[in-house]
Design a protein around this ligand. Structure first.
Ligand code: CTP
Ligand code: CA
Length: 227
């Protein structure tokens, strides 16, 4: 009974989240992806929904069930993820880019399956850089003031230094850093929040616990902004 009267920190807010890996085709049956499981993004979607938000989850390929009450849009490639996000960004209060978006796609992807040649050379793949979804959303924010943008950074070393620099470079108010090989596919993680005041460590815990802490931090920052 008491719980139903508790203030939900994201009540009435619309939250758009990307999660999971992307898949970049080489040919109709092959592609390049990464080790993101989607668990952290899905946990954040669930936590934001619990906090009263209307949540849209743009998801790369994962094996996870859709969190209760969350609208989910499935995509494969970074380009599809970019298009789905840009089509849905208007009217959003918060954007959280959790997806491990491929930085490059195959420029010379084949329409037909590549065939092995007896004694022949392996295929030469060429790459082209994908659009930065978070940067595209942050550019819309600089016009309207919305959505409040949260980025993620999976590093393999120098997390504190790289995280702070990445937040500045991306021009976003909040960036969540973690060590990629400590989080991909794991049920637990530890994260570092970077904002204009410096960084705060959220110690190792299961991803839903961290997701709820992050949602509460985002909610507090939205309240401060509207004062
Ligand atoms: N991101 C994105 N679109 C891309 C690449 C990254 O939206 N094409 C988002 C990720 O979802 C994440 C943030 O940008 O929220 C940071 O991603 P990351 O890979 O750490 O940063 P990059 O700028 O791509 O730098 P690098 O991979 O070289 O460290
Ligand atoms: Ca990247």
């Amino acid at each position: 009974l008491v719980a139903s009267f508790q203030h939900k920190i994201l009540a009435g807010k619309r939250v758009l989240i990307t999660a999971g890996p992307t898949f970049e085709a080489i040919d109709p049956v092959r592609g390049i992806t990464n080790l993101s499981s989607g668990k952290m993004g899905y946990a954040i979607a669930r936590a934001a929904r619990e906090a009263g938000a209307e949540v849209t989850l743009v998801s790369g390929p994962t094996a996870l069930p859709t969190p209760h009450g969350v609208r989910r849009i499935d995509v494969l490639s970074a380009q599809q993820m970019h298009d789905a996000v840009m089509a849905g960004v208007e009217g959003q209060h918060v954007f959280i880019g959790v997806a491990a978006v491929a930085d490059w796609r195959v420029a010379n992807a084949s329409e037909q399956k590549l065939k092995k040649q007896e004694g022949g050379a392996p295929p030469q793949l060429e790459f082209v850089q994908n659009a930065d979804i978070l940067a595209s959303v942050a550019a819309t924010t600089s016009l309207s003031g919305w959505p409040y943008c949260v980025g993620f950074a999976a590093e393999s070393e120098n997390l504190v230094e790289y995280g702070a620099a990445k937040r500045e470079r991306k021009g976003i108010p909040l960036l969540v850093g973690n060590i990629g090989h400590h989080t991909f596919g794991q049920d637990q993680n530890s994260i570092v929040l970077f904002d204009e005041n410096g960084h705060t460590v959220l110690p190792r815990a299961d991803k839903l616990t961290l997701a709820r802490q992050l949602v509460s931090e985002i909610g507090k920052r939205l309240e401060q902004r509207s004062l």
